[in-house]
Design a protein around this ligand. Structure first.
Ligand SMILES: Cc1ncc(C[n+]2csc(CCOP(=O)(O)OP(=O)(O)O)c2C)c(N)n1
Ligand SMILES: [Mg+2]
Length: 158
């Protein structure tokens, strides 16, 4: 919200995990009250993904308190604050939905359903960014574009 107020002529997109968003979702009231047209993309894997994958990979699968269980329906949650919202379940729907959200000129939430088991790439505990693991690499297809691309697989969707 601060970024959009500081730079009103720029498009601002907040990319959040579902766990992180749950800690601050009451700010949907603020964003609506002041009509701050930020697009919120909630990456929805129904869990505290980073912590859960540490438990799975490095702590002997001792899973503890990382399944978010009965999370809210984020689309209904946003709508209950008067904020428009939409759910995206297929990668190919993402670009069109983000464009629609930006063009709406209003605050907008996109609930992006992602695979809870898709845990890579990741930085292991105590390691630096150069020690990232996973069959992914960062590729630049056109100047300025950054994307993660699975090695040896075709690019699927956006
Ligand atoms: C205020 C706060 N509490 C706890 C943490 C520890 N923490 C780091 S990542 C994470 C899980 C975040 O889950 P989510 O937002 O759903 O993102 P995901 O890893 O699933 O993409 C937690 C609890 C934190 N960084 N900040
Ligand atoms: Mg999550």
């Amino acid at each position: 919200m601060g970024a959009k107020i500081a730079m009103p002529d720029s498009d601002v997109i907040a990319v959040c995990g579902d766990g992180g968003f749950l800690m601050v979702c009451q700010d949907l009231a603020t964003i609506k009250e002041y009509e701050i047209p930020v697009v919120i993309c909630v990456l929805d894997n129904r869990r505290l993904g980073m912590v859960s994958q540490w438990q799975k990979l490095f702590y002997d699968k001792r899973m503890s308190h990382t399944d978010l269980g009965q999370s809210p329906d984020f689309v209904k949650l946003a709508e209950s604050f008067g904020v428009s919202a939409e759910r995206v379940e297929e990668p190919g729907e993402m670009r069109e939905t983000v464009e629609k959200a930006i063009l709406s000129g209003e605050p907008y939430l996109i609930d992006v359903i992602i695979d809870p088991e898709e845990i890579l790439p990741m930085v292991p505990p105590g390691c630096g960014l150069t020690e990232i693991i996973g069959e992914y690499k960062v590729e630049r297809e056109t100047p300025g574009e950054i994307l993660y691309k699975p090695i040896g697989k075709e690019k699927s969707g956006d």
